[in-house]
Write a new protein. Structure first.
Length: 421
């Protein structure tokens, strides 16, 4: 998949807010002779920014809001490519690419790749199917829209956050008012105050995500997964587990074609993409699209089970655009069955599991990989969103019954003692 070292001329890439993705991107880029500079945006994800920065960068820079100064610093470091490694880096990476003259995304409406209302407007302008959506700082306006237009439930969320931050399905006017008030009185995942609230019709169907990479407007699909989420009693929506979709699945081609139309509408031309789509009775409809790599990457697992990874495709697009262009539109294959299980703390209080506490999970027949989000013993609150999920476990087996049995056993272990003192 990747070109040999000798075929690649060394170059230097800036990774914007690569607090969690650096551990995956750096080794692959280094293997291709590409050096990396880390650039911290003015408003990174407040949780990810606490992580220690992965070693291996030739320089670390900080953007303080002065674009010209940051462009000058990148030129001093001979950077000729900029990659948004996280949601918080998307807009800055786009602006830097445009200023540096390096390959980037279209700039006719760049905010549409972050602002979810602008995203819907871009799809509408391009004639791409989209959800009924409004944005308002007035809860009563949202209530009126829900009761006259969308119907209940409706989904409320911040207009430019990430993950499942304050994403709530509301089933009544009172719940809309309460959730709207909560969002408006809080900051988003990047520490910025919410000054308005996005409301969308509730999309009923099977939800999928597609991880893609684009070079010069040529889109390649690295993987398609089906989400399985849980709606909590208060309306919060959390991740339960994900499973990859075989590329020959009846819905795969429809999802891929629709997603590539979304990428075109949003002018995603030179970047990774993480797109969430609901397959409704009427067809695919966008939930949201992010011009950056998908979260929770495990490239070794992806290469083992899917024959490729989004991380490898990002590196290939940078290092060898001709080789990237020769890839089939759908790059992945389903080589092994797997299930990506999100850990869920069902209790109001608890502690992050230690290595010893995770031993029963690691002993499961299909266990392959696990990541815990917090050091063992860290106090935990009940899981209500991505930031409060304690980690994830990857199960691999050719036996579908074994995957199901081990998934159920994980949930039993969680209920019994995993988060106990």
């Amino acid at each position: 998949m990747l070109p040999s070292d000798s075929s690649v001329q060394p170059r230097r890439v800036a990774l914007v807010d690569a607090f969690s993705q650096a551990r995956h991107l750096l080794p692959v880029l280094h293997r291709l002779g590409i050096e990396c500079v880390h650039l911290r945006s003015a408003h990174p994800d407040v949780v990810q920014a606490r992580l220690p920065l992965f070693e291996g960068f030739v320089a670390t820079l900080r953007h303080d809001g002065d674009l010209a100064a940051t462009v000058s610093a990148l030129r001093d470091h001979e950077v000729d490519w900029v990659i948004a490694a996280a949601e918080s880096g998307v807009e800055l990476a786009d602006r830097l690419c445009a200023a540096l003259g390096t390959p980037g995304n279209g700039m006719s409406r760049p905010t549409a790749r972050r602002d979810k209302y602008e995203m819907v407007q871009a799809l509408r302008a391009a004639g791409v199917e989209h959800a009924a959506t409004i944005v308002s700082a007035d809860a009563e306006e949202v209530v009126e829209w829900a009761e006259r237009t969308a119907g209940y439930p409706v989904v409320l969320k911040p207009v430019a956050s990430s993950g499942t931050d304050n994403v709530v399905a509301c089933s009544s006017a009172d719940q809309i008012r309460a959730v709207h008030r909560k969002i408006m009185s809080s900051a988003d995942n990047h520490g910025l105050p919410n000054t308005t609230v996005l409301a969308q019709e509730f999309l009923d169907g099977a939800e999928y995500f597609l991880n893609t990479v684009s070079r010069d407007g040529r889109h390649r699909t690295a993987e398609i997964w089906r989400y399985h989420k849980t709606r909590l009693p208060g309306g919060n929506i959390i991740y339960d587990y994900n499973e990859p979709v075989p590329p020959d699945h009846p819905d795969a081609r429809t999802l891929e074609s629709y997603t590539h139309r979304v990428l075109d509408a949003l002018e995603v031309r030179n970047s990774a993409g993480h797109t969430e789509v609901m397959m409704t009775a009427a067809g695919p409809v966008l939930v949201e699209c992010a011009a950056r790599p998908g979260g929770g990457q495990a490239p070794d697992i992806a290469n083992r089970c899917l024959g490729t990874s989004q991380i490898d495709l990002i590196a290939l697009a940078v290092a060898d655009p001709e080789g990237f262009g020769q890839l089939p539109t759908t790059v992945y294959r389903l080589l092994q069955r797997l299930r990506y299980v999100h850990l869920i703390n069902p209790y109001e209080q608890g502690v992050a599991p230690s290595e010893e506490a995770m031993a029963l999970i690691r002993a499961l027949p299909s266990y392959a990989h696990a990541v815990t989000a917090f050091p063992g013993g860290t106090p935990l609150s009940r899981t209500v969103d991505v930031d409060t999920q304690p980690g994830y476990v990857i199960l691999i087996s050719e036996d579908a019954d074994q995957l199901l049995a081990d998934y159920r056993r994980i949930r039993e272990i969680e209920r019994d003692h995993l988060y106990s003192n």
